[in-house]
Design a binder for this molecule. Structure first.
Ligand code: NAP
Length: 330
């Protein structure tokens, strides 16, 4: 029995990729084997495929930090052949072979069921990005955010986390302001996904000179980090919070404790990778049932395994918009 995979190899410091047929015996030792239909392209996949994040410890490697498909063999009491499953995180695609292959062998404790009513393609269109966006929104709501509180800002809005966050928030009744570096090109789509307004990334990208600026945001889903996060911390309304999801714009922040002390603001860290499995199914279900699936399809681009090396460069350069799914059988 064989599988088809995008195999990444390292020679000296150069990473190369080839679509190859491999014997099943090459798969890692997991208790569940999945026939993969789709994986997706995330910022972290870009880092893995280019070797830039030094996230992979051993080569040859199969990347793909998320996957969806059907169980074919299971020694896990939780899963049986024929069940549709989705996996994100747990460092799959980094230190464990991932979704850029027609088969994956993983641990049953990492899997969730594909939510009812969505295809494996759609669940990967949500993918790590949409799952993270849903976690961020859940976190802000647990802290008290409600649609009546005012506009919610999404940074890096054209990207995967950003575009899914815009759409999910809008569907939940929030007024959404989308910040993007590609406003001219992306405005119409962001409005279609649910944004009420689109602002230029540059207008919120500088570290503010004062610890408090005019109150603007009832909440922020931030995929950018860096000086943008530093800026928006000063613009939170009283009692508002930021869900920090990403670092596409940098990892250093400059702030003071003043927003926390004088405006009761909060900074929440969102981690989708090692998030315990308990509760994940509910997050998937909420994301899937909140999305307008026709709109999800409209924000999805499909590529095959051979297109991934170029796509990896594109996502790191900020040229990818919406969600890119990877049809591993293409
Ligand atoms: N915490 C978690 O568990 C988790 C899960 C998934 C992703 N992430 C992180 O979240 C971030 C977004 O991931 P993604 O998969 O959505 O990536 P993505 O599709 O590449 O989106 C990132 C977006 O950030 C903006 N951006 C890129 N470079 C920038 C820069 N230099 N300065 C300011 N903005 C910039 C761009 O949006 P515009 O063109 O609209 O400006 C880009 O589309 C990444 O840092 C990723 O590692 C974290």
């Amino acid at each position: 029995m064989t599988l088809r995979a995008l195999l990444s190899s390292q020679t000296d410091k150069t990473i190369s990729h080839e679509v190859v047929e491999l014997d099943d015996s090459r798969l890692p030792d997991g208790d569940v084997t999945v026939a993969v239909d789709y994986s997706s392209l995330n910022y972290k996949d870009g880092l893995v495929l280019t070797g830039r994040g030094r996230l992979v410890k051993e080569y040859p490697h199969v990347g793909g930090i998320d996957l969806a498909g059907t169980v074919t063999d299971s020694a896990s009491a939780r899963w049986r052949a024929g069940q549709r499953v989705v996996l994100t995180g747990f460092r799959v695609g980094e230190i464990w072979w991932g979704g850029y292959a027609t088969k994956a062998r993983v641990k049953g404790e990492w899997l969730c069921e594909v939510p009812s009513g969505v295809t494996t393609r759609q669940v990967m269109a949500i993918g790590t990005a949409g799952f993270t966006a849903m976690l961020a929104i859940d976190q802000l709501e647990q802290a008290g955010l409600r649609p009546s509180h005012g506009p919610v800002l999404v940074t890096g809005a054209s990207g995967g986390v950003g575009s899914t966050a815009v759409h999910l928030l809008a569907r939940l009744g929030y007024e959404v302001v989308a910040s993007t570096g590609r406003a001219a090109e992306r405005r119409d789509d962001l409005i279609r996904f649910g944004a009420s307004d689109v602002i230029e990334r540059d207008t919120i990208a500088d570290v503010p000179e004062r610890p408090l600026l005019t109150e603007r945001w009832a909440g922020v889903v931030d995929a950018v980090g860096g000086s943008t996060l530093s800026h928006v911390l000063a613009e939170l309304k009283y009692g508002a919070g930021v869900a920090a999801c990403g670092l596409a714009g940098g990892d250093k922040i400059t702030s003071t404790v003043i927003p926390f002390l004088l405006r009761g603001n909060n900074l929440f860290g969102i981690d989708s990778v090692m998030r315990p499995i308990e509760g994940r199914q509910e997050v998937w279900q909420r994301a899937a049932s909140t999305m307008d699936l026709a709109m999800l399809d409209a924000m999805t681009t499909e590529i095959g395994l051979a297109e991934l090396p170029d796509a990896a460069e594109a996502i790191l350069q900020g040229h990818v918009a919406g969600r890119w799914v990877v049809n591993v059988n293409r």
